[in-house]
Design a protein around this ligand. Structure first.
Ligand SMILES: [Zn+2]
Length: 249
């Protein structure tokens, strides 16, 4: 199957809704990605040092979020005070990535810090970027009981169709990263029409990639591959993404 070429105005609406920009990739990768049609990057800052870098880096294509990650060594509970300030000063456009991660055995701490951050997001009417590893049903329980009106997206969603159905009760989009969910799940997500694309660069590279880490330009690979799998034109997918992005931010 021949893929549609990526050109014109539609492509200029392509957003990488979740990546990690830093001194390592902002100058070497962002210009190339912008030239290829990716015009906005939502970068996630996850610790004091990353908050500071994002605050001191003014790039027209970059928007950013901040959060205390459930399983990132540098994320500290004491970062919460800075998060409040960042919300107050309108520096960030979302809280995240935050969530629940089975690899961290301290689930009591994870739940407590997540609830605190969801409360903060609700107070400032900010969307939330969720990181979830093998804890979807736990998260569902927590949202149902405390934040049923949550708004945002599940980043790098590659879980099952059943889980996608469960989370479709919420105002949450599914963000597709380089590791795709199974076809029946992708089809369900596309039909629901609330979807986004991301790289999570420099993490989560495409499955067959020989590169050492993920790169921003791989967003094009991601969208083209999903287009091929779903037999939906790239520009139609980007249009769905534009609508989803606008309804969240
Ligand atoms: Zn990430």
């Amino acid at each position: 199957m021949k893929l549609p070429s990526l050109s014109g105005d539609i492509l200029n609406n392509l957003v990488d809704v979740h990546c990690h920009l830093s001194e390592e990739n902002i100058f070497s990768e962002v210009p190339k990605a912008v030239k290829a049609g990716i015009t906005r990057f939502i970068s996630s800052a996850l610790c004091q040092e990353e908050f500071e870098w994002h605050m001191n880096t003014d790039h027209s294509a970059m928007k950013w979020s901040a959060g205390i990650h459930p399983n990132y060594k540098k994320s500290k509970e004491s970062d919460f005070q800075t998060l409040v300030k960042l919300c107050d000063q309108k520096k960030i456009i979302a809280l995240g990535e935050v969530g629940l991660d089975k690899r961290n055995k301290d689930s009591t701490w994870q739940k407590a810090i997540l609830l605190k951050q969801l409360d903060l997001a609700a107070n400032y009417d900010l969307p939330v970027i969720f990181h979830v590893v093998h804890q979807y049903y736990e998260l569902h329980k927590l949202l149902k009981n405390n934040f049923p009106k949550i708004r945002g997206f599940l980043h790098a969603f590659s879980a099952s169709k059943e889980i996608a159905e469960t989370f479709s009760k919420y105002d949450l989009a599914f963000s597709i990263g380089c590791k795709h969910p199974k076809l029946n799940c992708l089809e369900y997500i596309a039909k629901r029409g609330f979807l986004l694309f991301e790289t999570d660069a420099p993490y989560q590279k495409p499955p067959d990639s020989k590169q050492e880490e993920n790169h921003l330009i791989n967003l094009l690979w991601n969208v083209k591959t999903v287009s091929k799998l779903l037999k939906i034109q790239v520009d139609d997918l980007i249009e769905i993404q534009v609508g989803s992005y606008r309804s969240i931010f």
